[in-house]
Design a protein around this ligand. Structure first.
Ligand code: FAD
Ligand code: SF4
Length: 514
């Protein structure tokens, strides 16, 4: 029967069973649409990367004998909306069946269910297929935690290690230890240089012109469209993976949490984009890393490997499971009832706080910041300052090359903003300048003084940290993970406490001028 099969922009899995052999009755549909460019203000590199990857994928399918309808952004037939385009193509193309792969976003899931109900009324059958990408189903996490009130990642991760027999010896961890966090996470030694990030050279000038002509609102920069640095094909994704194992894995865990103004990717893999659009499969990433370690055990310590496997087999799958367990409620959670708008300088990097200027600046330049910059610099500041989680989400959803709601919102609203009241993190991730100074060299070149809590040039993180804990005492004082925070606060002289709160309020009043 004549079948139309939808491929969304993050469903570029060439290894999917759909593509085993071409079928003259089957046509694939791919579309560049305003509904996707406009649901958030995206980074220019993010839109370019998605469309470029879709175009490469469509060519690959056609070269392999598959029939493809590809709507460019400016195609005269393109109505820019998913349901409208599909209905029109089905009816004019005389298709009698519609297939799609399960989308990873609640928003698209709803749209497709409604569309299929409408198609059914019109006599068109439809079927939803698995994406054959993730290592757990939408509901596996819910089943794993059934009957339990807390959703501890470590428990899910150990189950996944056993399920896929990764770094395992039967039911026990291969090296006798599940977790090497304690030996990881060192600051960068002075003068240490990480290898240069591997950049690619796709010419995206035609795409950039198209996006500019369509007047799509974007954020961020694209300095050299002749040499676009992100991988947009499976071949380049695999090159990036090999570059990672050969050059970066050796220190991945060691410097996982380190920050420096002198490098923007350090020892991180930058694989999140090719993973999230499914050009590369998480199991092939994990297996490549583990195989490399098995052959190079004298030079690569297990702590680097376990630390990396945990991110993909643990955190990535866990976040997806949490998304499908807690949506749609998750998207409106605001445990602390924070309501302050995001400062303007989040969109420009124009602040005197060196840590924020650098983390935001590199996000604007590369559509990338690594995990600790996202969590302990931008996220930390937003939480301390009481920014509305809706604003924080919109920023993270737009600015990062890898931002797709299932993994963005769980990390932002959950892990970073604690707006879920502790479903994902057991305590809020906040810190004063102390932690930032320990893990980075940002403070050395800063306008503000990392040591001062009050007075001229006092680091805003220091007073905002105490302001946060003071204003949320009722919600946080019984949290066992918070340790000595409240006893330390109470031990301070009342005048000192008042001075700190006054300083924080002054900064909050002038937040756009920090
Ligand atoms: P590496 O450090 O090399 O890690 C390897 C891989 O592990 C990543 O590619 C990613 O697939 C996975 N991973 C690591 N940490 C996480 C995590 N916490 N959750 C899920 N997967 C993880 N990741 C996204 O993919 N999209 C997002 O929109 C996103 N938003 C975030 C927002 C905030 C506030 C925070 C704190 C984290 C966010 N993350 C997001 C998670 C993480 O920061 C990125 O996956 C990582 O920085 C991507 O860079 P990398 O590929 O170099 O990762
Ligand atoms: Fe950031 Fe404060 Fe350090 Fe400046 S002094 S870099 S604002 S933590």
């Amino acid at each position: 029967m004549p079948t139309l099969r939808l491929l969304l922009g993050d469903q570029l899995n060439s290894e999917h069973s759909w593509f085993k052999k071409p079928d003259s009755d089957t046509t694939y549909l791919m579309m560049e649409m305003r509904q996707e460019t406009d649901y958030a203000v995206h980074h220019i590199q993010k839109i370019v990367a998605f469309f470029a990857a879709m175009r490469v994928f469509s060519e690959y399918l056609q070269q392999n004998g598959h029939q493809v309808i590809y709507y460019t952004l400016d195609d005269p037939g393109n109505q820019q909306e998913l349901a409208e385009n599909i209905s029109e193509i089905i009816h004019t193309g005389d298709f009698t069946h519609f297939d799609y792969q399960l989308p990873d976003e609640w928003r698209l899931d709803g749209q497709l269910k409604t569309l299929c109900a409408d198609l059914y009324e019109a006599g068109i059958t439809s079927e939803a297929w698995d994406t054959e990408h993730f290592l757990s189903s939408r509901s596996d996490l819910k089943a794993h935690f059934k009957g339990r009130k807390t959703f501890v990642m470590e428990s899910f991760y150990r189950m996944m290690r056993q399920k896929y027999s990764i770094l395992m010896n039967g039911k026990e961890p291969l090296t006798g230890q599940w977790n090497y966090d304690a030996s990881n996470r060192q600051p960068f030694p002075a003068g240490h240089q990480s290898p240069e990030p591997l950049l690619f050279i796709t010419d995206v000038r035609p795409l950039l012109n198209l996006i500019r002509q369509a007047k799509i609102q974007t954020v961020g920069n694209l300095a050299d469209p002749e040499h676009f640095g992100w991988p947009v094909s499976r071949a380049d994704g695999l090159r990036l993976l090999n570059y990672f194992v050969e050059n970066l894995l050796v220190h991945f865990g060691d410097f996982q949490d380190a920050m420096t103004p002198h490098a923007w990717a350090l020892y991180h893999s930058r694989l999140s984009f090719v993973l999230n659009v499914k050009l590369v499969h998480p199991l092939e990433v994990i297996e490549t890393v583990v195989d490399y370690w098995k052959k190079n055990q004298e030079s690569v310590h297990i702590s680097q490997v376990e630390g990396f496997v945990r991110q993909i087999l643990g955190w990535r799958e866990y976040m997806r499971g949490m998304y499908w367990t807690h949506m749609p409620n998750f998207a409106t959670m605001n445990y602390f009832e924070h309501s302050r708008p995001l400062p303007d300088w989040f969109w420009t990097g124009n602040t005197r706080m060196n840590c924020l200027r650098h983390s935001i600046g590199q996000s604007l330049d590369y559509a990338y910041a690594h995990h600790i910059q996202r969590l302990m610099i931008t996220g930390n500041f937003a939480l301390l300052a009481g920014i509305n989680p809706d604003d924080v989400d919109a920023w993270y959803l737009g600015i990062y090359i890898d931002a797709i709601e299932w993994v963005e919102i769980t990390n932002t609203r959950g892990m970073s903003q604690f707006a879920d009241g502790g479903l994902i993190g057991t305590k809020p991730y906040v810190s004063s300048a102390n932690y930032i100074d320990k893990m980075s060299s940002y403070c050395d070149g800063c306008f503000y003084d990392k040591k001062k809590k009050i007075g001229e040039k006092a680091c805003p993180f220091n007073s905002l940290y105490w302001h946060f804990y003071n204003r949320h005492e009722a919600l946080l004082q019984k949290n066992p993970r918070i340790g000595m925070v409240y006893p330390t606060w109470k031990r301070m002289k009342e005048a000192d406490r008042e001075g700190i709160i006054k300083q924080a309020e002054l900064y909050l009043d002038q937040i756009n001028d920090l």
